[in-house]
Design a protein around this ligand. Sequence first.
Ligand code: DGJ
Length: 751
Amino acid sequence: MIHFDPTTKIFNLVLATSTYAFYVDSEGRLLHLAWGARPADAASTAVLHGPGFESLPHFDQLPLTRRYELSTLGDGAMQEVSLAVGFPALSADLTSDEAPHLPVRDVRLRYLSHEIVSDHKVGPDPSSGSGCSAQPGLAPTHGQPGCVTTPRETLRVRLTDPTQPFEATLCYRLTPEHDIIERWCEVANTGPEPLTIEALAFATLHFPNGANELTSVSGWWAREFMVARERLPMGVRTIEQRAVQTGHCANPFFMLNRPGQAWEETGEVYFGALAYSGAWRIAFEQLFSLDVRAHAGYNPFDFSLTLAPGDSHTTPAIAIGVCPEGWGGASRRLHAFALERVLPCPADGPALRPVLYNSWEATYFNLSLEGQIALTHKAAAMGVELFCVDDGWFGGRRDDHAGLGDWTVSPDVFPGGLKPLIDEVHRLGMQFGLWVEPEMVNPDSDLYRAHPNWILHFPGRPRTEWRYQLMLDFGRREVVEHVYSVLENLLKDHAIDFIKWDMNRYATEPGSVAGQAIWRAHTAGVYEIMDRLREAFPRLQIESCASGGGRVDLGILARTDQVWTSDNTDALDRIRIQEGYSLAYPARAMEAWVTHRHNHQTGRILPLSLRFDVAMRGGLGIGANLNELEDAELAEYASYIAFYKRFRHVVQGGKLHRLQRLEEWGASVIEYVTADGREAVYSVVVFDHQLGWVRPPAPLRGLNSDATYTATDRHGAEVYRATGFDLMTVGIPGDASGGPSYSRTLHLKQV
Ligand code: DGJ
């Protein structure tokens, strides 16, 4: 519910368990009032009245601590700001001897009007057709319809500068049932001269004083999503990526709470996640007063956005929320939001993610029709449903030195084309998937030889190659069109059900015909191509991969069905990676493979049970070389896959509870439970164990107390039977002395 009181000029955004409020002050500024969990006994229509708050000494008197809903350079600011604009021309009433002061870099946003609109009316193109047009992504009108399309309310507050020809509309779209607000803004040049935007966040966020414990993730290739919890310093702490993809170094989401006042399942936790896959930054700023605020949006590094007269720009969104159920409650809200409103809904409804086989670690670049066909037979026999051929099938791509850009089937590898393989995959009842890396080119490729200028570079300057490849300049319209038509033809000519869209380098010398706009144009191009492909091929599924988990965020999830979480497939390393991922993103989209006994990345030898128990926590995939396995082991694979299929609906659609975190217990215990509490999956993995350490069972959550549950193992054997009350109070005994690499998965069902 969106409530506006014309007397106090307070806006209340009322959600299931939280409230967000701001107001228009006596001078027209839009200032934050409060954001937090609603008192448990508050009526669903109760709002904040804020009697007399404007006269209280504190937050809105000093420019320093004034809590603008969008803070700007000028207007009294001396700290971090969300918006900086340069106006190159003098207004009519100023004399020319003021000219050396130009450009004017002071913008003051004052209330003009507001409207509340329903989804289908939001955005520049109300006819976009889905009835659910304000999706996360580059612009809120892009993306696919989510699985839930009931209209939502969006509040649009129009602000203008009193003298400069500039407007900003702050947008707030509510998903009340998950306590989520998407915020984005639209900026417009209403004057006769071009103007330059030098910094632009999607929103300024204000947290209660002292909410300065930050949870975020950082990492690198093979080590994505490492969780860190820290106290914010006084001043500014940024998390960011200077890239045209989301990046490995950090991921654009956060959680914040007052130290000592939030835990895994209790306490008030604030959270936010950007729906954007380009250069991003979230700057957290803590003032002397312990005011905590964040500026979340485009990375100001090398940023420039020119608006011609009459032009406007719509930013992507940030999804934000607060909940009283700890870090776990914050994760569950983000998961539900992603499942219902972000992930594209398959053309035939929300099907389960298929069990995938990917041949990368089995054959690397050593592809052949016979070799792949041999794998397809073994994969199908064990229950795989989607067979994906990875890198090396095209052009001169016999290793990573050549061929990127030449997306035609290599006759050296597949003399009769891909059709015989695709037909066989389909005959075996599986779907067919193919790897592509469309944003890249090897200098040793026909595409590069034909268009040496189509790459990011500065003329006359050296270019850095990374994995022997260069990045195409998506600032050029002809490049975006070329990439689209190459992929379109590939999909028209072949019965491809799934593409793994990879991206294996960072932009270094970002020279483009688009100038500094390339930081946004690249992501816009990727989004556009994916959106057009999905429209043209509504049954196509896409996996987002960028050297593992380098492109995971709500913007890419609006266009892809799943993400490759990490190239690191070592099950023990993977627990941490998956746990970090799980803070913000849903298990349904988290592709996780079982690979070789002797892991290719770490060399560690781990039992098959552990490898499956970890991979079954997400979308199960197989990446081992099936041709090297004995029949008995193939049968074990088949048995695990059959087990996974019995409960995957719980993993892919249920609620996640992190019952014991690795950092605290040396073991990771998680539970997925259906919304009605009738079914659950209980998964234990022990990483670290010392003699004498008796690990207590982890009480489960979300079950029905009075009901009785059976817990069965992979063989269908009942290993435990208890009431929901017992399970939620005591837990499932039996894991206490499990040593390192001990693991088990149980499927619980109400009887
Ligand atoms: C990086 C990906 O993360 C891998 O899974 C694989 O597809 C390789 N690229 C292929 O070059």
